[in-house]
Design a protein. Structure first.
Length: 181
């Protein structure tokens, strides 16, 4: 259910773009993101900081897209969010006792501190890179291609990255036979 909620605005954005245009799709993603955050708030009574940041960016950049009738604003939103995520991961290397990835995943696995730091840097690098790839796509391809990239290619890159991460972490996951003994 939570994964569906994450992709709900993106899916509606894509459908609205295919049926209408980038401006209708932008209005739809604004409305869908507001509904998404409201639903999360009423259901869980808590909204994560990055969801608030995403909502704020959707409202500001989407609003600017509609007001100025300039699609560049909504396209830049994706890079800004990716760079914010990357900055949070990168900043956590120096601020706080644990890297951000360790704070998120340490309940599920135990890793040496150096591996947590490497993993955290990989995540920071991934987000920052995807932000720059988005800028490249924005300026070198048409809007149809950019929407396809944002809707399908970027999530596929994330999936590939997670699979590679799991392969990297595999040697640190204890064997189930060892944990029983």
């Amino acid at each position: 259910m939570k994964q569906f909620l994450e992709f709900f605005p993106i899916l509606l954005f894509f459908i609205a773009f295919k049926v209408y245009d980038i401006y209708v799709a932008t209005a739809v993603v604004i409305a869908a993101t507001v509904v998404q955050v409201a639903f999360i708030w009423f259901r869980y009574r808590k909204v994560e900081t990055m969801q608030w940041v995403t909502l704020g960016l959707v409202l500001v950049m989407g609003g600017a897209t509609l007001y100025f009738q300039n699609e560049a604003f909504i396209k830049w939103k994706f890079s800004i969010i990716e760079w914010l995520f990357g900055s949070v991961f990168l900043g956590s290397q120096f601020i706080g006792k644990k890297p951000f990835i360790e704070r998120m995943m340490s309940d599920n696995m135990t890793l040496p501190a150096v591996i947590w730091k490497r993993l955290n840097l990989l995540w920071a690098s991934f987000f920052i890179s995807v932000g720059f790839i988005n800028v490249y796509v924005m300026y070198n391809y048409n809007t149809d291609d950019w929407v396809y990239f944002k809707t399908f290619i970027a999530p596929a890159l994330m999936l590939i990255f997670i699979v590679l991460q799991m392969a990297f972490l595999y040697k640190y996951i204890p064997d189930s036979n060892e944990t029983k003994e």
